[in-house]
Design a protein around this ligand. Structure first.
Ligand SMILES: Cc1cc2nc3c(=O)[nH]c(=O)nc-3n(C[C@H](O)[C@H](O)[C@H](O)COP(=O)(O)OP(=O)(O)OC[C@H]3O[C@@H](n4cnc5c(N)ncnc54)[C@H](O)[C@@H]3O)c2cc1C
Length: 456
């Protein structure tokens, strides 16, 4: 059957590169430590919206499930073909259709890598702020489908805040345009916003109109180490309360600093503790003023501070911060990272609970994340030599989700629901909202073939 499907799909696509030979890479995403895998019946990489439409139409007529895929860096199992089907990859939809830095906008195809757009913007004096961690692999379409965040979402908002329009293919195979490169547009229902964060369940995003802004001249981080979670979270609160506008407000708990700190010598010299990273941005004067104010707020309770101004040192700090996830995974050989977000008043409670929930299930645990957004990357480490640790981590995640929901938080601040968190969504939003979500899905995808078994 697989060979037949591939043969049929090959006929729909112009280039021989359109159907990708079986490759292990398309069987998983960044949840691979959790052993989420699937076997696709075929992997296709259409090169135009019309080719995407042809594939979706073909699959829809034959009731073959479809799994949209970007860079495969998702942390929710969303791009994993758990029930087989046709994986539709955006990797050949890579054109920059229009780039207008002077008008602060870009029109790009879904398969453009996040860092490619960030770099293009930077080189032209403008800024695309969404900065999810795996930007060298993730695609703009994947970022939009997950409504991805990142450190700078604290000041600038998540990916969806930068999308003014989408082109997508929706079942049974229609190319639709939802919004455009307009600054303002309030005509009709905002369907574009339904597709943002829909995790491939409503359609396949082929291109997006994105907003840009003039690039801040300077980005100056400030890092501080505190005695414990309590004093560290008080410092986060103090920054918010001071009215100083930080561009990013990150934290790393004590265990994370212990594991990842060694790879960043300035921090290792500061010793153990709970770390807070804030960033000042703006023109030279503005960034310098905010940096000074951030230091004034953080320093009194801190054991150690560092505020690099040299560009290479700043790059080094963020490069290290980007690698924290990998350093923690390397500790025992694997990890499960959840991304609950909670109201800021209970952030210290959740940071402490992550460690105690881990301990209750016999797991080494830690967290880091976007403190100013109340968004934790609550992590349970998996021991390669202890296969049972995976089963225990699932129970630990369940306890974590229950706690997050009970304090008015969410099971996902930025990674999405995917396959991993699907059992918990209804508990969070309640049956009435959940029913409406399913009804919307039904309108877009009456046969339930778009990423079936995911998100809802
Ligand atoms: C080291 C590391 C750090 C990370 N840091 C962050 C972070 O700071 N913030 C954050 O938010 N995330 C982070 N992530 C998670 C991940 O990078 C983001 O969720 C990213 O947006 C996923 O993009 P992708 O292109 O890899 O999507 P994929 O993993 O390929 O897909 C993700 C979901 O989107 C759907 N999808 C993909 N493309 C399309 C499309 N064209 N149309 C419709 N649906 C589509 C898929 O079906 C799936 O459900 C991190 C991941 C890693 C590995």
């Amino acid at each position: 059957v697989r060979r037949e499907i591939r043969g049929e799909l090959r006929r729909l696509l112009e280039s021989d590169d359109g159907v990708i030979e079986a490759s292990e890479a398309y069987e998983h995403d960044a949840t691979e430590h959790q052993s989420f895998r699937g076997r696709p019946d075929a992997v296709v990489a259409p090169a135009s919206p019309e080719e995407v439409a042809a594939v979706i139409r073909w699959c829809y007529e034959r009731e073959v499930p479809l799994v949209p895929r970007g860079g495969g860096t998702g942390f929710a199992g969303g791009a994993v073909p758990v029930d087989g089907g046709v994986v539709v990859s955006s990797e050949r939809l890579r054109r920059i259709r229009q780039f207008e830095p002077q008008r602060w906008r870009a029109h790009v195809e879904a398969g453009l890598k996040t860092h490619e757009l960030q770099r293009l913007a930077r080189e032209n004096g403008v800024y695309f702020p969404p900065d999810p961690g795996a930007s060298e692999q993730s695609h703009i379409g994947g970022n939009i489908a997950c409504n991805a965040g990142g450190p700078h979402a604290f000041k600038y908002g998540v990916t969806g805040a930068w999308v003014t329009g989408l082109e997508a293919v929706v079942p049974p195979g229609d190319v639709v345009t939802l919004g455009r490169g307009l600054t303002k547009d309030v005509a009709g229902l905002d369907l574009k916003s339904l597709l943002i964060g829909s995790e491939g369940t409503l359609g396949f995003i082929t291109a997006a109109w994105l907003r840009l802004i003039p690039a801040p001249e300077y980005q100056l981080p400030v890092m501080a180490l505190f005695e414990d979670v309590g004093t560290g979270c008080e410092a986060i609160d103090a920054i918010l309360g001071s009215g100083v506008r930080a561009a990013a407000l990150e934290y790393l708990d004590e265990r994370t600093v212990e594991i990842a700190g060694a790879a960043y010598p300035p921090l290792a010299a500061g010793g153990p503790g709970f770390a807070v990273i804030a960033e000042a941005d703006g023109s030279a004067d503005e960034a310098a003023r905010i940096r000074k104010e951030l230091l004034e707020v953080l320093a009194p309770a801190a054991r150690w501070t560092q505020a690099p101004t040299d560009r290479a040192e700043i790059r080094e700090l963020w490069r290290w911060r980007d690698g924290v996830s990998i350093a923690v995974a390397a500790q025992l050989g694997g990890k499960v990272s959840e991304d609950v977000a909670v109201p800021l008043d209970v952030l210290p409670q959740l940071i402490e609970a992550t460690v105690s929930i881990g301990a209750a299930h016999g797991l080494d645990a830690c967290s880091w994340g976007h403190g100013g957004d109340g968004n934790l990357h609550a992590t349970f480490m998996l021991d390669r030599g202890d296969p049972e640790s995976l089963t225990r981590s699932r129970a630990a995640s369940e306890d974590l989700f229950e706690l997050a929901i009970s304090v008015g938080g969410t099971i996902s601040g930025e990674h999405g629901v995917g396959f991993v968190k699907r059992p918990y969504l209804e508990r969070q939003v309640g049956p009435l909202a959940f029913e409406r979500m399913q009804a919307v899905r039904q309108v877009f995808d009456p046969k339930g073939l778009m990423n079936s078994g995911k998100a809802l």
